[in-house]
Design a protein around this ligand. Structure first.
Ligand code: GLN
Length: 491
């Protein structure tokens, strides 16, 4: 039954309709695959009993013709999403064995539509990172390897567990979150499709907060169609998140296969970095050619404030993080390290509970928000953010439907290879993705080719606010031209 794991969500849906297999069989095949892939460290908690119970319940519904749009589909859930009665840690020691008494809105919508939960997926601690190496559960291994090499590579981050699990056929799709690239960069590193929706499209309620003005939930899947199917269930207005937007959720899947003829696609000249690897440049040109062949018009555009996006992000995101993480004080959640006074209890708990990268962010954030530096750093970064947003608005005002860029400046790198001496080396991974979060726009990363060492590379499409549909249409053109990529199994 293991080949059931290589089906797409769309294929599994057909399989249920033709009664070729049950959700319980599909779920069991995935549970077996997860067990055989523990060396990838993608799951931090497996929930087989719950998965089988959910599968049995949904099989009964399917039999009565009452299955929802995701009926019987086994998914993995990033450990940043609160799951009722199931341990949720954000992969931080400070949350300890926290078991939420509530379910995040996004996951509750997946269960409402019939999906099955296989377990919780590894991520960078509090989603801070680009390699999944900051997790308190240890790094995730990318199922992709360089040709002829045994070096273990990172799957990207922070949604590294989600990307690795989807690429290695351990789940049919996964939830993920993206504050500065955490859905799109790992998708690009693993040849999966990752969608970062418009800010406000998915509810943030019940997702552990990192930087609230940037955080968005989205899917990672193996095809553009599958990501569209998942998006429809994940998106929607939620009165419990005041930043979620009350506009109808379209049938994203209907955008797949829609003509892109006459669409204007921007190629931003500022994304052509000095020293950019020739293969990334080549991939980008190829992507543009595919869209042109499908009838789109390619135009050069300018996003002049691009170079300030990364520095501004590393002020805004840590500032919000330092505020959001103030709640972890040893009193209300998870870990508590006693002290002689309440102040000492806070200090001991936070010193023991937070990892190095999280501590770095809290310190940077506290610094840029402090009385003497607020105007020089935080306020200025907010102004830069407005300029970045305006760059995109100017571009869209000229009739541009979407923007095509590389997803990452390189393919996956080795575990322990980057950021040890200089954290900026790691931060540079997000050079093409953070602008999208700063501007609140939707973005999709689609697998588009391989580098000279056989590692996957992705392209990114950036859309107008709440126009994810155009991204699905264009993304599918790229997918059709590039083909799909599956890592050879070695684990
Ligand atoms: N790598 C970026 C960071 O560490 C983005 C992470 C994310 O999108 N969650 O902040």
């Amino acid at each position: 039954m293991t080949d059931l794991t290589s089906l797409t969500i769309a294929e599994a849906r057909e399989g249920f309709a033709s009664k070729s297999f049950t959700s319980l069989e599909l779920t069991d095949a995935h549970l077996a695959a997860i067990e055989a892939a523990r060396s990838l460290n993608a799951f931090v908690l497996e929930t087989p009993d719950q998965a089988r119970a959910m599968a049995r319940a949904v099989d009964a519904k399917i039999a009565k013709g009452e299955g929802g749009p995701l009926a019987g589909i086994p998914l993995g859930i990033k450990d940043l999403f609160a799951t009722k009665d199931v341990r949720t840690t954000a992969c931080s020691k400070i949350l300890g064995n926290f078991v939420p008494p509530y379910e995040s809105t996004v996951t509750s919508q997946l269960w409402r539509d019939g999906a099955v939960m296989l377990g919780k997926l590894n991520n960078d601690e509090f989603a801070m990172g680009s390699s999944n190496e900051t997790s308190c559960f240890g790094p995730v291994v990318n199922p992709w390897r360089r040709e002829g090499s045994n070096t273990t590579l990172v799957p990207g981050g922070s949604s590294g567990g989600s990307a690795s699990a989807v690429a290695a056929l351990l789940c049919m799709g996964a939830t993920a979150t993206d504050t500065g690239g955490s859905i799109r960069q790992p998708a690009a590193f693993t040849a999966t499709v990752g969608v970062k929706p418009t800010y406000g499209r998915c509810s943030r309620w019940g997702i552990v907060a990192f930087a609230s003005s940037l955080d968005q939930a989205g899917p990672i899947a193996r095809t553009v169609r599958d990501s569209a199917i998942l998006m429809r269930s994940m998106a929607g207005h939620d009165p419990k998140d005041t930043t979620s937007v009350d506009i109808g959720v379209p049938d994203y899947e209907a955008a797949i296969g829609k003509s892109v003829k006459g669409m204007k696609i921007g190629i931003p000249k500022e994304y052509r970095l000095d020293g950019m690897p020739a293969e990334i440049e080549k991939l980008w040109t190829e992507g543009a050619d595919w869209l042109k062949a499908a009838g789109a018009e390619l135009v050069e555009v300018s996003l002049p404030h691009t170079k300030y996006a990364l520095p501004a992000y590393y002020i805004v995101a840590p500032a919000e993080a330092s505020s959001n993480l103030a709640r972890y004080d040893g009193v209300r959640y998870g870990l508590r390290v006693p002290g002689r006074s309440i102040g000492e209890l806070y200090e001991n708990t936070r010193a023991e509970g937070f990892g190095d990268e999280v501590r770095r962010r809290v310190m940077i954030g506290t610094y840029v928000l402090s009385a003497g530096y607020y105007d020089a750093y935080y306020l200025r970064a907010q102004k830069v953010r407005t300029l970045i947003k305006k760059d995109f608005e100017d571009c869209f005002a000229k009739g541009v439907n979407a923007i095509l860029t590389p997803a990452t400046p390189s393919a996956a790198f080795g575990i322990g290879e980057k950021g040890g001496a200089d954290p900026v080396e790691m931060y540079l991974n997000d050079i093409f993705t953070v602008t999208v979060n700063m501007a609140g726009l939707p973005g999709i990363a689609v697998p588009a080719g391989k580098d000279a060492q056989g590692l996957p590379l992705g392209l990114q499409l950036i859309g107008r606010p709440f126009d994810e549909e155009t991204l699905f249409s264009l993304g599918e053109v790229v997918e059709q031209a590039a083909g799909r990529f599956t890592p050879p199994r070695w684990w």
